[in-house]
Design a protein around this ligand. Structure first.
Ligand code: NAD
Ligand code: MG
Length: 399
């Protein structure tokens, strides 16, 4: 008999948040939704509150809180509405399990709060780990948190590793982690074609249905770059122990190569409910609502090396990891600003990598031991990235 766990979903209105609640709704005897949070989609949050009746709902500002209270009034629902960052941290600290599914740097503080409270943390918010890797992993160890990867690749690797992998990859016979990448929607595009990509094209991923930011990251391969850094921290891997393999069908979600020549792969439909259900129930297994693969209907599985010339974001991320310190945080912040500018029509697709590279060149690497240093590097990188985007705009006359 499994004990009832309380669950906070940070970023409940997003793609991962909704997939999480889809799985959770199947197991009322296992999971009690403690808190749901959202940034702007208050109407959607009100519907989720009516369905899951959490103890708390957290929104970003007073106007959203008033609207949410109005929507919840009169019903049998007893949800208390809280506002702001301190409330996000509080609901992350108070639940047994926390799904960290806020997108971007905004997820760092509440995710760290859950870690420092020693919770079971299901990590979708890769940006948090990219920004603060050393500090984050130290907090996991010091506070006895259980960190389980939700990113499909990292969840796949976790499933293919032996239980004692924390003692060191080499000592458990692991030679390489093979991080698979779909290659995104523009895998076969020439540089000329990449120049004129529109936001609408970039957010349509061929295999996965995801939020806008990660969809653009998948198209530039920055998502794989962030995942490369994420894998280094999660599995205590050196850069030379991780290879990226482009596998356009997204059937294999990643692999682990062992010293004896064995390669273990985790396979499945491209549906995030599988890694979510895996991490929710770990070390048990529960049904996720995802059908099994039908091998009779599968087309050929193909593999190729990534092209770092056409997709420089993956190279930039690897270089930032090698540089270490605050550089991954700078990379992440510059990317967030550049992607937002691209989505707003203020920067062309190839401009994303140019902005990030320029910001990385302008900001020297500092040690990233303290949260304050990391947040300062994040702020400075955003400021520089905004200035560079504004400069491009003035040159192209679009502004
Ligand atoms: P999304 O855009 O669909 O949802 C983001 C959620 O975060 C929403 O609930 C939104 O309200 C909340 N949010 C946004 N900005 C916020 C802020 N400033 N403060 C508080 N809350 C805020 O994103 P998603 O696709 O669900 O991705 C979430 C995270 O999971 C990302 O870090 C992404 O890289 C990672 N991830 C997603 C997928 C996927 O399939 N969608 C796969 C692997 C990893
Ligand atoms: Mg992924």
């Amino acid at each position: 008999m499994t004990a009832l766990q309380t669950l906070t979903v940070l970023g409940s209105t997003g793609s991962i948040g909704r997939s999480t609640l889809d799985v959770v709704a199947r197991y009322p005897e296992r999971y009690r939704v403690y808190a749901l949070t959202a940034f702007s989609r208050v109407i959607e949050l009100s519907e989720l509150c009516l369905t899951f009746n959490p103890v708390y709902a957290v929104v970003a500002d007073d106007a959203s809180a008033s609207l949410l209270r109005e929507k919840l009034q009169g019903g049998a629902n007893a949800t208390e509405v809280l506002v702001g960052e301190a409330a996000l941290a509080r609901v992350a600290e108070e639940a047994d399990t926390v799904m960290a599914a806020i997108v971007g740097a905004a997820g760092l503080l509440p995710t760290l709060a859950a870690v420092k409270a020693g919770r079971r943390v299901l990590l979708a918010n890769k940006e948090a780990l990219v920004m603060s890797g050393a500090l984050f992993m130290r907090a996991v160890r010091e506070h006895g948190a259980t960190l389980l990867p939700i990113d499909s690749e990292h969840n796949a690797i976790f499933q293919c590793l032996p239980a004692n992998h924390a003692q060191g990859l080499a000592s458990v016979g692991v030679e390489k982690l093979l991080l698979t990448a779909s290659g995104g929607p523009f895998r076969e595009f020439s540089v000329e074609q990449l120049q004129s990509i529109t936001p609408a094209q970039a957010i349509k991923h061929p295999n996965w249905s995801m939020g806008q930011k990660i969809s653009v990251d998948s198209a530039t391969l920055m998502n794989k770059g962030l995942e490369f850094i994420e894998a280094c921290w999660l599995f205590a891997a050196r850069s030379d122990q991780i290879d990226v393999v482009v596998h356009p069908q997204s059937v294999i979600h990643s692999m682990v190569c062992y010293a004896d020549g064995s390669v273990l792969a985790q396979m499945g439909q491209p549906d995030m409910r599988t890694p979510i259900a895996h991490a929710l129930a770990w070390p048990e297994r529960i049904a996720s609502g995802v059908p099994a693969l039908n091998f009779a209907q599968l087309t050929a599985l193909t593999f190729e090396a990534p092209d770092l010339q056409r997709f420089p974001c993956l190279r930039l991320a690897k270089e930032a990891m090698t540089a270490g310190g605050t550089h991954p945080a700078v990379l992440n912040a510059a990317n967030e600003v550049a992607v937002a500018a691209f989505l707003a029509g203020k920067l062309d697709f190839l401009g994303i990598a140019r902005v990030i590279e320029q910001v990385l060149n302008e900001i020297p690497v500092s040690a990233a031991e303290e949260l304050a240093t990391i947040l300062a590097a994040d702020a400075e990188a955003r400021q520089r990235a905004h200035a560079i985007v504004a400069h491009y705009l003035s040159k192209t006359g679009e502004g």
